[in-house]
Design a protein. Structure first.
Length: 127
């Protein structure tokens, strides 16, 4: 899939692994993902979290007949980060017919927790 002209491309998100129930992706901490004070923007972390949940859900559903959308997301920002790369680790904790629930941990290069998130994906029939 071509992510270049999407939010995924704009934030520099790159996928490491996409599997059934598991997604890993990286995102740089740079001028595109920082807030004005020079730290990783919480919104960028949330965008990364919803992205891995969305891509993970899409890998599970019947894409011919279904589409998925973020229904709810929450995030706790645990630690700040000024530069480098963060990695999101997403795991499906519930895969139902109409919803999926994903847990996402965003970590730094030293495996320290930066953000923890839970995202519920809605699975709906294509119109």
């Amino acid at each position: 899939m071509d992510y270049k002209n999407t939010l995924i491309g704009a934030l520099g998100i790159e996928f490491v692994e996409i599997g059934k129930g598991k997604v890993i992706a990286t995102m740089p901490v740079n001028e595109r993902t920082k807030q004005p004070f020079g730290y990783l923007h919480g919104g960028a972390s949330v965008a990364l979290a919803e992205t891995v949940a969305s891509v993970g859900a899409a890998a599970i559903i019947d894409q011919e007949n279904e589409i998925c959308f973020g229904l709810e997301i929450n995030a706790n920002h645990i630690r700040s980060k000024r530069d480098g790369v963060v990695t999101a680790f997403a795991d499906a904790v519930h895969v139902g017919k109409s919803t999926h629930v994903w847990e996402i941990k965003i970590k730094d290069e030293e495996d320290r927790l930066i953000c923890t998130s839970r995202c519920t994906m809605a699975v709906v029939p294509k119109k």
